[in-house]
Design a protein around this ligand. Structure first.
Ligand SMILES: C[S@@+](CC[C@H](N)C(=O)[O-])C[C@H]1O[C@@H](n2cnc3c(N)ncnc32)[C@H](O)[C@@H]1O
Length: 280
């Protein structure tokens, strides 16, 4: 998604509305045939897999067969590298240190993950995903980057209860472009359980497709939420939650929320951002 997806006008778009679809088709006639092919494939996959995770796993299998980098949302290798760098730089600016333990939910083919693995001490990176196909691609990335010695954990999961992971363990939990593909019950399952695996000073950062209009979804692949909905959901499960203003500066179409068990001090990166805002 392009960064201008966060322009005030686009934030009010309802991509599920017929008027939006007709207008979009008239503006981009070349995209109509690919959209119809995707809609047909997705309708078939939804019929075969009525549950969301089964359906999205099938979408990932089909997309990964064609191109693993495009399957995680990057149309070119340069963009794949840039998106991983953006995730990495942000967390390092927010204090990610080699001794920390990190859980990367929906790690994909390690677009950001290989950089985290490289940065962290051996065995400190834990990547989970619902798609066996993308995890095979993740292992290829790991081998290409010669990071075998770092012994990351890469594990398939069927849900987000995180029940196989230890309590009070992770300093950083991360989900980049995962909740943008998740219905609310999947997000709630994660928020209901993530507090247990976080350390008391740890945090969970997740991106989401933000709307300031009606919440909606497209093909059960892309989900658009209001910030208040996700903040309220996190707070319902006893978590502290805040919208990350400094992420909005990055050239990325999604927004970011940070949740934690304890109230967190504002980081120096955020403080600098607030200072710059005051000067504007
Ligand atoms: C757009 S990709 C992003 C991958 C990676 N986070 C990155 O930024 O490159 C979304 C990933 O989340 C995974 N995913 C989707 N729903 C999930 C869920 N409920 N639990 C775990 N992984 C999920 C998909 O299989 C896919 O690999």
């Amino acid at each position: 998604m392009p960064a201008d997806a966060r322009s005030p006008k686009k934030l009010r778009n309802n991509r599920a509305a017929l008027t939006h679809k007709v207008g979009y088709a008239l503006r981009h006639p070349g995209r109509v045939a690919p959209y119809l092919r995707r809609a047909g494939r997705d309708a078939w996959l939804r019929l075969k897999h009525p549950d969301h995770v089964g359906y999205y796993r099938a979408v990932m299998a089909s997309d990964t067969r064609r191109n693993p980098e495009a399957a995680v949302g990057s149309q070119t290798h340069d963009r794949w590298l840039a998106l991983g760098q953006m995730q990495f730089d942000y967390l390092v600016e927010h204090g990610l240190r080699p001794g920390h333990r990190m859980l990367d939910i929906g790690c994909g083919n390690l677009r950001g993950g290989w950089r985290f693995i490289d940065h962290l001490d051996s065995g400190h990176y834990y990547g989970i995903d619902i798609s066996p196909d993308i995890l095979i691609a993740a292992k290829q990335t790991l081998a290409e980057r010669r990071l075998q010695e770092k012994l990351p954990h890469l594990t398939i999961t069927g849900d987000l209860t995180l029940d196989f992971l230890p309590s009070d363990h992770f300093d950083v939990v991360h989900a980049h472009s995962v909740f943008s593909h998740s219905p609310l019950d999947v997000i709630e399952e994660c928020l209901a359980h993530v507090g247990r695996v976080l350390t008391d000073t740890g945090f969970f950062d997740f991106t989401f497709d933000r709307t300031e209009g009606t919440e909606h979804q497209v093909l059960r692949e892309d989900f658009y939420y209001r910030t208040e909905t996700l903040l309220a959901l996190a707070r319902k499960h006893g978590l502290h939650a805040r919208f990350m203003e400094d992420w909005e500066e990055r050239p990325h179409g999604q927004s970011k929320i940070r949740v934690s068990r304890s109230p967190l001090a504002v980081t120096s990166a955020e403080a600098q951002h607030e200072q710059a805002d005051l000067r504007r």
